[in-house]
Write a protein that binds this ligand. Structure first.
Ligand code: FE
Length: 336
């Protein structure tokens, strides 16, 4: 796949850049186009800067590494602290700090050195059967290891980035040994071997295979607004579970400036635009996520589910505990 831009084509022919070359910014995205395109269109309307997007399911960090200094990409968009950390670890990001970014994006939701920034927030919930779990019967992540739930829990693979982040948060709170005991307890309570995605677990609850699952909050919105899946959503109560003495685990979708960014000024303009009020509200609502900017209102649908206390761990701390979490998953043999 190639960015096709007139300025680039002219340059390739050895003709000098016209002074009026179209302004542009190039994005590599793991996020689906429908989620980000409306904000990019709004940015182009406001600034006249074109946004070119390459979308892929995987391999963008490797691609950036291969392209090196010649990469046309300015920004990388992805979900989960794990994938942002992978971009940083891959050496394809650069640090950027501007007053607007620092003011609009909370400290806990960005890299301390400015290599990645959160843009939307997603809470990791417990989904509980409406028929078989009383409201208030489970309120914490710790409870998932309680033997009373034996044979009643469904989850996706323990190695998925969403599960790793939750376990990394658990590890940051309680230490490696306690985290391993907890995960062993959760494994003991599984109704089946981990399989499928977050939504598949809710479907399994509807089908009576299990009574509890773990899943991100926006899937409740997506299922509720999907003809086939609304019955799945209706079978469960979303529970804003929290750590005892802490809050609900929150992860992010986010962005990073690439190391080789050829259109850095425009890239920074786009980053700041996406952290602004208008884009924040649009972006979060596209996917039933929460705005990252503190004073931007949450969508009506999410408000109707209730409010919650966010866990206070910095995402950078969670990122630091990811490798340990993966080792725990392997030692426990969670997926086996
Ligand atoms: Fe997701």
């Amino acid at each position: 796949m190639k960015f096709v831009r007139s300025a680039a084509a002219i340059l390739a022919l050895g003709i000098a850049f016209p002074a009026t070359a179209a302004e542009e910014v190039n994005v590599y995205s793991y996020r689906q186009p429908f989620l980000i395109q409306p904000m990019f269109d709004a940015f182009t309307r406001e600034t006249g800067i074109d946004v070119n997007v390459v979308f892929a399911n995987k391999g963008l960090v490797e691609r950036l590494q291969q392209e090196g200094a010649n990469s046309p990409a300015d920004l990388i968009f992805t979900v989960d602290i794990g994938r942002l950390q992978a971009a940083y670890d891959g050496g394809v990001t650069q640090s950027i700090e501007t007053d607007a970014l620092l003011a609009n994006i909370p400290e806990a939701m960005r890299d301390p050195e400015g290599h990645w920034f959160g843009l939307t927030k997603r809470a990791r919930l417990i989904y509980a059967s409406k028929d078989r779990v009383e409201p208030g019967e489970i309120t914490s992540y710790e409870d998932l290891a309680d033997p009373k739930w034996a044979g009643r829990i469904c989850t996706r693979s323990g190695s998925h980035v969403y599960q790793i982040a939750l376990l990394a948060a658990y590890t940051a709170h309680y230490g490696e040994e306690a985290a391993e005991q907890w995960l062993q307890g959760v494994k003991s309570n599984l109704a089946r071997k981990p399989e499928g995605n977050d939504r598949a677990q809710v479907k399994a609850i509807m089908e009576g295979q299990c009574d509890l699952s773990i899943g991100n909050n926006y899937y409740f919105g997506l299922m509720s607004h999907n003809e086939e899946q609304s019955a799945w959503a209706q079978a469960v109560n979303p529970v804003f579970a929290s750590f005892n003495g802490g809050g609900t685990h929150v992860n992010i979708s986010g962005m990073a400036l690439t190391k080789a960014s050829p259109n850095k000024d425009n890239a920074v303009k786009l980053m700041e635009f996406l952290a602004s009020d208008l884009a924040q509200q649009m972006y979060a609502e596209q996917n039933f996520e929460y705005p990252i900017k503190a004073d931007v209102p949450t969508s009506g649908f999410l408000k109707s589910l209730g409010s919650f206390e966010e866990d206070k761990l910095d995402l950078a701390v969670i990122a630091d505990n990811r490798a340990t979490a993966q080792k725990i998953v392997d030692r426990v043999g969670y997926d086996e």
